[in-house]
Design a protein around this ligand. Structure first.
Ligand SMILES: [Zn+2]
Ligand SMILES: [Zn+2]
Length: 368
């Protein structure tokens, strides 16, 4: 349903109980009356009141805005003439007001109770939270599900979040007149401060809820299961949308910082795994078929004769799983020539024979 269609099907004037020629002030008064009667804080759990309030809020959103009201009036005129109109991308109102959107209408309520000065006060976005996940190297290679315990607040069941004992009354805070904030004069400036009488809630509670003691919320630890992708790197931050803190506005995000324990033999370079491959000096000189470990079955590497220390061999597709794009990195095996630290007399004799045959000065290039 596009916006204009949604508008056509609704009678915003009727929703506020005003005529089509109602003035701005009349519209505001009408809405104020409805809001005082049907506001959810005064009718906890009353679905009908909630519906009525939503209707009125939506109507007020349009009719209190000269530009939106003009668009709406035009749509109604065109609609009455038999339809066939189409406003591409028409008015900015999409469907019905969700109740969560009330953060934005908070200013209207403040205005109502405060009688005059309007202040649009919408709840700030909640803060981002951070949790840490410690994984073994193997878990990081295979992917894992990690449970994060998130201490937080949940709306109190007993009072539905109002903080008032069910059946008792809630009224506008007399100190801030329902605004939740008070102006404090400091010389030339007046600085808004959270009202200390009501803690910024703008409401006075006759009798606080027995469960939450008036807070409207109770402590609750949430378990969030976070999927950690195969191939995750040490230090990666995984974002879980909407699981951060919330203060009535949009929630922040949860970031899970991943720590991956080192592997006893493999290192990591991006999606490639690295390995220091010990090779006997004789294997390096003569060439050999040697077994190289990988994350799964070992592979056989044909080491060419005359392999130098430090040479790196690439084993395709035997690295870490790629988090993005699929597939695997490579295994980079770097030759580490091992020289025997002890020789038996027979070994020594045969090496000395080799020296006689191998009359090469490896430092010739250095001029010595
Ligand atoms: Zn107050
Ligand atoms: Zn409660």
């Amino acid at each position: 349903m596009n916006g204009s269609q949604a508008w056509l099907e609704k009678d915003f004037y009727k929703a506020l109980g005003v005529g089509e020629s109602a003035t701005e002030a009349e519209i505001r008064r009408a809405y104020r009356k409805i809001a005082q009667k049907y506001h959810p804080d005064r009718n906890p759990g009353d679905k009908q009141a909630e519906e009525r309030m939503k209707e009125a809020a939506e109507a007020y959103d349009v009719l209190s805005d000269a530009k939106k009201r003009a668009d709406y009036d035009q749509i109604r005129r065109l609609g009455a003439q038999g339809g066939g109109f189409g406003f591409e991308g028409g008015p900015g109102f999409q469907g019905s007001v969700r109740f969560e959107d009330f953060g934005d209408l908070g200013g209207i309520f403040s205005q109502m109770f405060g009688g005059g000065r309007g202040r649009r006060r919408s709840a700030p976005r909640g803060e981002d939270r951070e949790a840490e996940a410690h994984l073994s190297f193997d878990d990081a290679m295979q992917g894992a599900t990690f449970a994060v315990a998130l201490p937080g607040d949940a709306p109190c069941d007993r009072c539905g979040g109002s903080g008032a004992e069910p059946g008792t009354s809630v009224s506008a805070c007399p100190v801030c007149k329902g605004q939740g904030i008070v102006e404090e004069n400091q010389g030339l400036f007046s600085i808004p401060r959270t009202c200390s009488a009501c803690g910024g809630r703008g409401r006075q509670i006759e009798k606080p809820c027995a469960t939450c003691r008036g807070a409207g919320t109770v402590a609750r630890t949430d378990q969030v299961r976070v999927r950690i992708p195969a191939g995750v790197k040490d230090g990666a931050r995984i974002r879980v949308r909407g699981r951060g803190g919330s203060h009535g506005g949009a929630p922040g995000d949860l970031y899970v910082v991943v720590h991956v324990a080192p592997h006893p033999i493999f290192g990591r370079n991006g999606d490639d795994l690295t390995l220091s491959l010990p090779v006997l000096f004789t294997e390096a000189a003569l060439g050999a078929e040697i077994k190289v470990p990988t994350l799964d079955a070992p592979v056989t590497l044909k080491l060419p004769a005359g392999t130098q220390n430090g040479r790196t061999f690439r084993v395709k597709g035997r690295g870490a799983p790629r988090v993005k794009g699929g597939g695997y990195g490579d295994l980079l095996a770097t030759v580490n020539v091992v020289v025997p630290d002890k020789l038996t007399p027979a070994e020594r004799e045969s090496l000395e024979k080799f020296v006689e045959l191998h009359a090469v000065n490896p430092r010739e290039g250095l001029g010595v």
